[in-house]
Design a binder for this molecule. Structure first.
Ligand SMILES: [Zn+2]
Length: 133
């Protein structure tokens, strides 16, 4: 027996809603809160590290060995600063995209990124397989 128009419409509609994208058990509010907390802690740490990347005083101001140590720790801190700034921008991007239906889907293969990974590394836009590939 042929379906009438409204039945046909509702079954088509059903098909679309069933195929809605996004990670089903993703608690966006919870993740959002976590990202916001992470952003504020990174923003607190950045100025502290920045303080330690100031130019090293000339030889006559501090001992030679101390100066070498200072230069070494300066470059370590500069690397730390760069990675924190990258993390911060990743977190901000994640926060901006959290209501996007594609949030939580791997940008490379389209698979769901496990919720555990999102909670651990909310700025990740790829699944473990693609990130390591
Ligand atoms: Zn992937």
């Amino acid at each position: 027996m042929a379906k009438n128009r409204s039945e046909l419409y509702s079954s088509t509609f059903q098909l679309f809603t069933d195929r809605s994208r996004g990670v089903p058990d993703l608690d966006r509010d919870e993740i959002k809160k976590m990202i916001e907390e992470e952003i504020s802690s990174v923003e607190r740490e950045i100025p502290i590290i920045k303080e330690q990347t100031r130019p090293v005083a000339p030889d006559n101001a501090i001992g030679r060995l101390t100066r070498i140590e200072a230069i070494n720790s300066k470059s370590i801190n500069e690397a730390a600063l760069r990675s924190m700034q990258a993390r911060l921008s990743g977190l901000k991007r994640a926060l901006a995209n959290i209501d996007d239906p594609d949030f939580g889907l791997c940008t490379e293969c389209g698979e769901e990124i496990p919720v555990k990974r999102i909670k651990l590394v909310p700025e990740s836009t790829r699944c473990v397989t693609c990130a390591n590939g």
